[in-house]
Ligand binder design. Sequence first.
Ligand code: ATP
Ligand code: MG
Length: 139
Amino acid sequence: MSEELRLREGGGLKPALEEYLGDWSVRTGIAVETWALPDAPLPCAVVRGVCAVVTEALTNVERHSGARHVAIAVTVGDTGLRMTVSDEGVGFSEGTTGRGLAAMKASFVEIGGTLSINSVLGSGTTLSGVVPKRALRGA
Ligand SMILES: Nc1ncnc2c1ncn2[C@@H]1O[C@H](COP(=O)(O)OP(=O)(O)OP(=O)(O)O)[C@@H](O)[C@H]1O
Ligand SMILES: [Mg+2]
């Protein structure tokens, strides 16, 4: 079976991402450090949105970054959901735009959150997404 994300009914974010990240790492040869994935039940739309952003982010890591490692953390706490995807690759300059970068930001807006993308040439790229607690109701 391909590395395509399988969002089985009731499967949740953690098992879906664990499987995806494992398959992706084997295929690309890029090591994934998973710091945290949440057990908490989340609204379907949030699971889909976060998965869409992680897959797009990792596609960029594979295609553009040259990094050998990528670190991922998704946590759910008192303030809401936080997602970080960070690579230590080539980075890109301020003002860079693209369909993928815009789509990732739009995905977070769609689920009631925000995504910031920070990149430093020669140092790497970090995506930081937040979905406030009030947008996580209805799980
Ligand atoms: N993790 C990354 N490391 C280095 N450069 C990156 C990274 N992510 C994005 N970039 C740079 O930002 C540009 C825009 O990214 P974006 O995802 O919007 O477009 P793309 O990947 O080129 O094409 P697509 O529309 O298929 O996603 C890329 O072309 C690349 O130069
Ligand atoms: Mg892209």
